[in-house]
Write a protein that binds this ligand. Structure first.
Ligand code: 8IG
Length: 272
């Protein structure tokens, strides 16, 4: 079997060929709810189904179709990764980060990871967008696990001190000063947390809880990309509000927010 880095390189070459883009400047991984907003970025020049690219596994979540959508936004070559895959679908950490490794191998040096998540701070309710300042990886796994990266790649002992780029967060602060920052705790899911687990996450310093993003951020950083994380709070976390949690509210929060999310992405693509 080829190693994950060669596999990503292969998929990147296939993507270049199928999309007609030689390289990308920026890639945006679209979480629940963000895909509708991303339509505001403009008309795609191509949509490549991930089923036609090496190493990609199919998403099993309804509403997540696997595609890499290419667009030129004011001369910035953008890849939208639609149809993220998760650990909770039975994938390995390497499978989860393969789309990110692929777009970095295709040249993207800026990776925007978007997600829908639960909020721990009652002052940040459903519909709030938060910039991820840092994360706590509670998945008990890492995309760096396994054989050492081959010659030419950084060592597996990746420094995560500036994982969510302070520079990019500064650019966002300037462009969208109303957005607050948060600390994202990444759980495996797919069950939501118990109230006691949310108390734990809060005591650890987390303000957001979700089931994605953390492994992708680590893999992107390892490859030398700059990472920006954006969370759409879709629900208050378990025990923070008395309302029961359900997946339909996640979808609804995304639909309601598509206007502002689209405006934010359009603005950020121009300045990142
Ligand atoms: I949307 O409350 C969404 N994703 N772990 N907890 C976790 N993931 C989530 C939640 C939540 N809401």
């Amino acid at each position: 079997m080829t190693n994950p880095y060669e596999l990503a390189q292969l998929a990147a070459n296939e993507l270049r060929e199928k999309s007609g883009f030689d390289a990308y400047d920026i890639a945006i991984v679209l979480g629940s709810g963000w895909k509708e907003g991303a339509a505001a970025l403009g008309t795609p020049t191509s949509e490549v189904p991930t089923s036609t690219l090496s190493g990609f596994v199919a998403p099993t979540v309804a509403g997540h179709s696997g595609q890499i959508v290419s667009l030129d936004v004011n001369g910035r070559r953008v890849a939208l990764v639609a149809g993220r895959v998760h650990l909770y679908e039975g994938n390995t950490a390497h499978q989860v980060v393969h789309p990110v490794r692929t777009v970095v191998a295709a040249g993207a040096k800026t990776i925007v990871l978007t997600n829908a998540c639960g909020g721990i701070d009652p002052a940040q309710g459903a519909g709030t967008v938060v910039v991820i300042r840092d994360h706590i990886n509670l998945t008990s796994t890492s995309p760096m696990e396994g054989a050492a990266p081959p010659e030419g790649y950084g060592a597996r002992f990746v420094d995560l001190t500036d994982l969510y780029s302070a520079r990019l967060r500064g650019v966002v602060k300037h462009a969208a000063p109303a957005l607050g920052e948060g600390v994202y705790a990444g759980f495996r899911g797919p069950h939501y947390e118990t109230p006691a687990e949310i108390t734990m996450a809060k005591s650890m310093g987390a303000t957001l809880v979700g089931m994605s993003t953390v492994l992708e951020a680590i893999a992107a950083r390892h490859l030398g990309a700059e990472v920006l994380g954006l969370s759409l709070i879709s629900n208050l976390a378990a025990g923070v509000s008395s309302a029961p949690l359900n997946h339909s509210e996640v979808l609804e929060a995304g639909q309601n927010a598509s206007g502002p999310l689209g405006a934010l992405l359009s603005q950020l693509v121009r300045v990142l």
